[in-house]
Write a protein that binds this ligand. Structure first.
Ligand SMILES: Nc1ncnc2c1ncn2[C@@H]1O[C@H](COP(=O)(O)OP(=O)(O)OP(=O)(O)O)[C@@H](O)[C@H]1O
Ligand SMILES: [Mg+2]
Length: 427
């Protein structure tokens, strides 16, 4: 592209509409030095041009055969809320006056036009540029903010997983050990059936036609070979193995749900009881030695629409704070109950409580009273963001020490509120 071509590409574009060829020619003449001008000889041609191309401004005569100038600028506004619209009319025209009277509406100038026409056009185009720029900046800011928050949220989640990983690994070990022991025992039990099977085979091969001897021999040894006990044992081993794999599955699913990136489009009905169970399991896997975890979930709670991983994240954050405040010893109560409009998820601990001077700053990002390695001051901020994103809130209940109580309120969804219209879950 040459310099001239680049300058031409940067120039504001203007659609000029008039059914009088002389007027049209003189408008083109006046504007084409500064602007990229597209002429249209009537309203219909103007509408076609609007559908085809994007303009910064439309300058139109009002009275034209067929489609009027008022109609042209109305369509232009539908297509672009920021487009500059100027009506030029030699008449005192009611429709044009109305079109010009609305705030942010069209300009209406008389014909023949004077130098104010050029000034109005330039100013309006500058305002349009400024409006577009500030909207772009706002959009950019919002996108950056959202992406940053997502990144922080993920990092903070991963940091919590880091804190919990030893416990989770330990938690995985017990069902794994159970699986190993059972699978080792299985062949030994199966071996017990071998003599019986062998005897059956020999007996069947040598049995007399009436089989009486064979059946009598079998009956005599039945108790000794104990096939029913062996079969029972094999069934039991199978059941124990299955139980272990379920436990493993549940832990792995919990971790997966917790770590899944949250997308608003994937909000769906959340099973709060399972959220609580998974969050407690994650934290208890690391801290159950010193801490007693108690849960109480009111049966028949109203549904909440959201992201299970995010709700688990809030509960994990609150419980980790509680564990840290209690120095790893004490009791944590996690309760879920309902008011008329909200579900309340409460995490209460038996620690020293939140100091009065910290209360006002608890939810600010980077506020922490912990040494570097223990806290970034992001847990509560992120948790509140999550609650707000779900249409609710998170607060710390003011009360005398000891103990702290945090409550997340989430709105109860009406049936079928599910955002996840396409049925996609995080799986
Ligand atoms: N249950 C609680 N009891 C007493 N103080 C608490 C409790 N929960 C939070 N706080 C106070 O609030 C501060 C902020 O908590 P927040 O979870 O936001 O950050 P953090 O735990 O310090 O760091 P991070 O969560 O990023 O690891 C904590 O440093 C602590 O002083
Ligand atoms: Mg924290």
């Amino acid at each position: 592209m040459t310099r001239d071509e680049m300058a031409a590409a940067d120039r504001p574009t203007i659609l000029v509409v008039d059914d009088d060829p002389h007027v049209l020619a003189s408008l083109i003449d006046e504007l084409s030095e500064q602007y990229g001008v597209t002429p249209a000889a009537d309203g219909e041609a103007a509408l076609e041009a609007l559908e085809r191309q994007h303009f910064d401004a439309v300058v139109s005569d009002v009275r034209m055969p067929g489609i009027s100038g008022v109609e042209v600028i109305r369509r232009a506004f539908e297509l672009d809320r920021d487009i500059v619209r100027i009506l030029l009319t030699g008449y005192s025209d009611d429709a044009a006056r109305v079109a010009a009277a609305t705030p942010g509406g069209a300009y209406k100038l008389g014909k023949p036009w004077g130098e104010e026409f050029g000034i109005v056009l330039r100013r309006a185009l500058e305002q349009r540029q400024a409006a577009i720029r500030s909207r772009d900046e706002l959009m950019f800011e919002r996108t950056v903010r959202e992406q940053t928050e997502q990144a922080i949220s993920r990092l903070s989640k991963m940091a919590a997983v880091g804190t919990l990983v030893a416990g989770v690994a330990h938690e995985l070990r017990s069902p794994l050990a159970c699986l190993t022991a059972n699978l080792q025992a299985l062949p030994q039990v199966a071996v017990q059936l071998d003599p019986l099977l062998e005897r059956l085979q020999v007996g069947l091969e040598s049995a007399t036609p009436d089989g009486v001897d064979f059946i009598a021999a079998l009956r005599a040894r039945w108790r000794e070979d104990a096939p029913a006990a062996a079969a029972q044992e094999i069934k039991q081993i199978g059941a124990d193995c299955l139980d272990s794999t379920h436990r493993l599955q549940e832990i792995v699913d919990g971790l997966r749900t917790y770590s899944a990136p949250a997308r608003r489009a994937r909000y769906r009905a959340v099973e709060l009881e399972r959220c609580v169970a998974r969050a407690v399991r994650l934290v208890a896997s690391e801290y159950k030695r010193g801490v007693t975890f108690r849960t109480a979930v009111t049966p028949g709670l109203g549904g909440v629409i959201g992201h299970e991983g995010e709700i688990i994240q809030v509960l994990v954050n609150l419980m980790l704070n509680a564990v840290q405040a209690m120095g790893g010893r004490g009791t944590i109560d996690v309760r879920v109950r309902c008011t008329e409009k909200n579900v309340l998820l409460e995490v209460e601990d038996s620690g020293p409580g939140v100091p009065e001077d910290a209360r006002a700053r608890l939810f600010q990002p980077f506020f922490t009273t912990k040494p570097d390695a223990l806290g970034n001051g992001l847990g509560l901020w992120l948790s509140r963001e999550i609650a707000v994103r779900h249409g609710g809130d998170l607060r710390c209940v003011a009360r005398p020490p000891p103990g702290a109580l945090f409550v997340m309120e989430l709105p109860i969804s009406r049936d079928g509120d599910d955002d996840d219209g396409n049925g996609n879950g995080d799986g």
